[in-house]
Design a protein around this ligand. Structure first.
Ligand code: ZN
Length: 67
């Protein structure tokens, strides 16, 4: 009973090839992963968040500098 089933995300657009309805979601080792069956794009989602990873620019810290 450990069949890996891919669930396609309706209406989702691949960020790499811009194709629609090609993104599949499945759970691997407690990590949600997304794969595009068309171009092979993969994305792992950790920490149980569904949000995309956003790189935080370091220089944004200390942006407040009242003169
Ligand atoms: Zn793709």
């Amino acid at each position: 009973m450990t069949v890996k089933r891919k669930r396609f995300i309706a209406g989702a657009v691949c960020p790499q090839c811009q194709s629609k309805d090609t993104l599949a979601l499945w759970r691997d080792s407690d990590v949600d992963s997304v794969i595009c069956v068309k171009c092979g794009f993969t994305q792992r989602q950790t920490d149980g968040t569904n949000a995309e990873k956003r790189p935080v620019p370091e220089h944004i810290i200390g942006i407040f500098d009242p003169e």
